[in-house]
Design a protein. Structure first.
Length: 374
């Protein structure tokens, strides 16, 4: 029995019915999956229902993992025009009524929200029905839904130091970000003895066109100086897969290119250096695994939260970070070259990543959440 399992089992009671709400990005979805798996693993007989968006990636991922799902009609407010905001506000009572019906039908003991606009009506309906509620915020700056829900949820869990200031201190707990159990299992395994050097590029769950083009420009600028044993693994998103694949073939680079990776533990296992956006869930996984990284925050993230997420790592000597607008292919190529050549630097970054990690985040959230219902 590992640390994760033992901690969860000590906090579990029989037959919990858990409703999880949120989604819209992998960053929201995967912490929710980690929480749900911990509940099911800790005590057989528990039931979990996900209430989220109709986004295909969410429903496909949850279906593949064997979770029951349902969606309610709901729209977001952030970044919308006046007419769209008015329409959303007009539909909000209907969304709450729909959430109320779902909750009554399932009969949860606990409702756990992970952010995203769908979380709002579900948590509000649960509170009106007298059901225990808690929320989790992954990022350094909370989204609009979680900021508002912090006033009514009974407990708030945060991932990055400093984000507590956005919530009532009496019910806010710094836990870290839940990481999927297969990633935690990889973190505890012995490192591979490989002859290859692997560069991993991640653009987030949707891919990132500018990251893709920057990386290709970088590799082309340094192709003559690349290590002979270099291999690239590149998640492109659906739109850029063929273009990126063709570019690597033209440059004579060994590359495994997919729109989206399903088996992330295997991908992470092979990575020596990572180029990534700075979404909170990806950062939590990189910290747990101790992977040296070059971060390129998504510049249009709400409240610039990705740059603030990454800044926490940079200030603690755990990563390199560059604003997308300040980066050129040549500059990125120089950074990649430094990390590939400097084993000592990679070791320092990896060690500092590990120091910042919170592998017991899921167990802490489960323990504190279940205290609301037992």
């Amino acid at each position: 029995m590992n640390f994760f399992t033992a901690n969860c089992q000590q906090t579990m009671h029989k037959g919990l019915k858990l409703l999880v709400t949120g989604g819209g990005t992998g960053g929201h979805l995967f912490p929710a999956v980690a929480m749900a798996e911990a509940v099911l693993q800790g005590q057989p007989g528990s039931e979990v229902l996900f209430v989220g968006t109709s986004r295909h990636m969410d429903t496909a991922t949850l279906s593949r993992l064997g979770f029951k799902t349902t969606a309610i009609r709901c729209q977001g407010l952030k970044g919308k025009g006046l007419s769209a905001k008015l329409r959303t506000l007009f539909e909000l009572p209907l969304s709450i009524l729909e959430a109320r019906r779902v909750i009554r039908r399932f009969g949860p003991d606990l409702v756990f929200g992970v952010g995203g606009y769908v979380t709002g009506p579900v948590i509000l309906a649960a509170r009106l029905l007298g059901i225990a509620t808690c929320i989790h915020e992954q990022n350094s700056v909370p989204g609009l839904a979680n900021r508002l829900l912090g006033r009514i949820a009974e407990k708030i869990f945060v991932s990055i130091p400093g984000s507590e200031r956005y919530f009532p201190s009496a019910k806010t707990i710094l836990t870290g970000n839940p990481v999927r159990r297969e990633i935690l299992a990889l973190a505890g395994s012995a490192p591979d003895n490989r002859e290859t050097m692997t560069l991993l590029i991640l653009g987030g769950s949707q891919g990132a066109h500018r990251v893709n083009t920057l990386v290709l420009e970088a590799i082309e600028s340094m192709v003559a100086s690349l290590p002979d044993n270099l291999r690239i693994i590149h998640q492109t998103g659906a739109d850029d897969k063929e273009t990126v694949q063709a570019a690597y073939a033209r440059l004579g680079i060994k590359a495994w290119v997919l729109a989206f990776f399903q088996n992330m533990p295997e991908v992470y296992r092979q990575a020596d250096v990572v180029i990534s956006r700075a979404g909170a869930t990806t950062l939590a996984e990189l910290m747990v695994l101790g992977k040296p990284a070059i971060l390129i925050p998504y510049p249009f993230a709400a409240d610039n939260h990705q740059e603030l997420n990454g800044r926490y790592l940079v200030e603690n000597g755990a990563a390199r970070m560059f604003r997308q607008a300040d980066l050129t292919g040549g500059k990125l190529g120089n950074e990649i070259g430094v990390l590939l050549r400097d084993e000592k630097l990679r070791s320092v970054l990896a060690m500092n990543m590990k120091k910042l990690s919170r592998p017991a985040a899921t167990a802490a959230i489960v323990r504190e959440a279940l205290a609301l219902v037992h």
